[in-house]
Design a protein. Structure first.
Length: 87
């Protein structure tokens, strides 16, 4: 049992490191767009809390939602996120 717990712990820690290296540009891009948060929430079919988490990088949209959001904002999926390499 200890082995499984240790593997799970390593996976979770690795995930946290990778996610800390991905910076969300969603908030900036929505601010630059002509759309208000209410319209984006309605178009994306998400709650205010979900959109807020996307904007701050606390949560990430699913792949289908990424495509939909990129089309709405007129940007590429790569524009939505920035990868910060650690040196």
């Amino acid at each position: 049992m200890f082995f499984c717990e240790r593997i799970c712990s390593i996976i979770v820690e690795s995930y946290k490191v990778v996610m800390n290296m991905i910076l969300s540009n969603i908030g900036k891009l929505i601010d630059k767009s002509p759309y208000k948060n209410e319209y984006v929430m309605m178009y994306m079919e998400v709650s205010r809390n979900t959109l807020s988490n996307w904007r701050t990088g606390k949560a990430y949209p699913s792949v289908p939602k990424l495509f939909k959001l990129s089309r709405l904002l007129g940007v590429t999926i790569e524009d939505l996120y920035e990868y910060k390499e650690e040196i």
